[in-house]
Design a protein. Structure first.
Length: 412
């Protein structure tokens, strides 16, 4: 067995920040945006192995995916390998958004399997821009703010949105009267589906008119008015994405302002867009994203509409609770979700602790200094921006003063 010290896989998406991740990792601002740092074994960005503590002399895996593929029961544990196959079932990311991300949702397990099989049968290359399903997995995800973090997540109550659109349209915006009509006619998921379908079905000229009117109405909302923060974001999106019906979709969503430690759990079919901030994101190990706008990436509106759950309530903000149960560590807090693939906690390490992993674990420090020592006496510092994979059955000693996020498989 071994403890693998990891370097994350860095993603340079255009919505990323040039200074958030460098600041967290103690580096100078970057020359181009740094959006995500992946710690996991996903094929599109496996974490690289810096050091392997207590590994046998023949160990030669360059990344976490290769290590796991060499002997899945050893690195995952027999029970996890039986449940999820020869792959790490979760992925941990540090996410740094300076600009809003795309309007998007993720498929259910059944939808992902069917979509993947359909695109495989059609011989769509897995790296193709137009590919929607890059793997056969669903992607429930938990995002935990490390500082101020803004998001749009889940549909706002239909009656509240209809009332808000009526107020926005009172200043002279006939397009908003049309958008409001299906919501006034059906105060449930059917009204939301009809409103979103109407917006996506407009021709280019009408789309531009609707988005212009929506943006202008949002800019007229005074500070302190109901939904003023949401209006500010809609005005920004309308200015940045003229003629994009994704702005209309954004206007139907709940605006969430997260503080440090606040979290959102997004199940399948939940329409959302992250707007700005630094966060830890943990998800099932998948890259299946259906986009509807606010992006230069591939958009597939029919596929998005097919996976959306228009009747689900908007996801609530989650706060951490003291960690309980087998494997809980002293002073640890956790965010409880329904995900079968991952369990997420945060440890405020002050001094020293001993721990034995019952299943595969990823440790990702975000502040302070952390040193991990193996039973054989090998030690390595793990700095913010790095991570550590702990194999099941392996015992470690952690020392230092650090804030560490820990991801593992529930009940492993």
């Amino acid at each position: 067995m071994a403890i693998l010290v990891l370097t994350g896989s860095l993603k340079h998406y255009d919505w990323g920040s040039r200074d958030a991740l460098p600041r967290l990792t103690g580096r100078a601002p970057a020359e181009r945006p740094e959006a995500e740092l992946w710690f996991g074994a996903h094929v599109d960005g496996p974490a690289r192995v810096q050091a392997a503590l207590d590994a046998e002399p023949t160990f030669a895996a360059a990344d976490l995916a290769s290590a796991i593929a060499s002997d899945p029961p050893r690195w995952l544990g027999a029970a996890v390998a039986r449940r999820f196959g020869a792959r790490l079932p979760f992925l941990v990311k540090l996410l740094a958004a300076e600009r809003p991300l795309s309007l998007q949702a993720h498929p259910s397990a059944a939808q992902a399997a069917a979509g993947f099989a359909r695109e495989e049968a059609a011989a769509v290359p897995r790296t193709a821009r137009e590919r929607c399903y890059r793997d056969a997995s669903h992607k429930p995800e938990l995002v935990i703010a490390l500082g101020p973090f803004d998001a749009l997540a889940g549909f706002r109550a239909v009656t509240e949105t209809a009332s808000w659109l009526a107020q926005l349209g009172s200043g002279g915006a006939p397009s908003l009267v049309e958008l409001r009509a299906p919501l006034a006619a059906s105060a449930d998921g059917a009204g939301l589906r009809a409103a979103l379908t109407w917006a996506f079905g407009l021709d280019e000229g009408r789309r531009r008119q609707v988005v212009e009117e929506l943006g202008a109405a949002a800019r007229r909302v005074p500070a302190g008015a109901p939904l003023a923060r949401a209006a500010r974001w809609i005005a920004l999106l309308a200015g940045r994405h003229p003629g994009d019906p994704g702005v209309v979709g954004a206007a139907l969503l709940e605006q969430r302002a997260l503080g440090p430690g606040s979290a959102l759990f997004l199940p399948a079919g939940s329409l959302h867009a992250y707007l700005a901030g630094l966060a830890v994101e943990v998800m099932a190990s998948s890259d299946n994203v259906l986009r509807g706008g606010l992006t230069t990436k591939h958009i597939d509106v029919p596929e998005l509409l097919g996976v959306l759950d228009f009747d689900a309530p908007a996801p609530p903000l989650l706060s951490p609770s003291p960690a309980v149960g087998p494997g809980a560590l002293p002073g640890e807090v956790e965010w409880r979700t329904s995900a079968a693939e991952f369990q997420v906690s945060r440890l405020a390490l002050r001094g020293e602790l001993e721990h034995s992993a019952s299943g595969p674990e990823l440790w990702v420090p975000v502040a302070g200094e952390l040193t991990l020592t193996s039973p054989g006496g090998a030690a390595s510092r793990v700095a913010p921006g790095e991570g550590a994979f702990v194999a099941p059955g392996h015992r470690l000693r952690a020392t230092g003063s650090a804030t560490v996020f820990r991801a593992r498989v529930p009940d492993a």
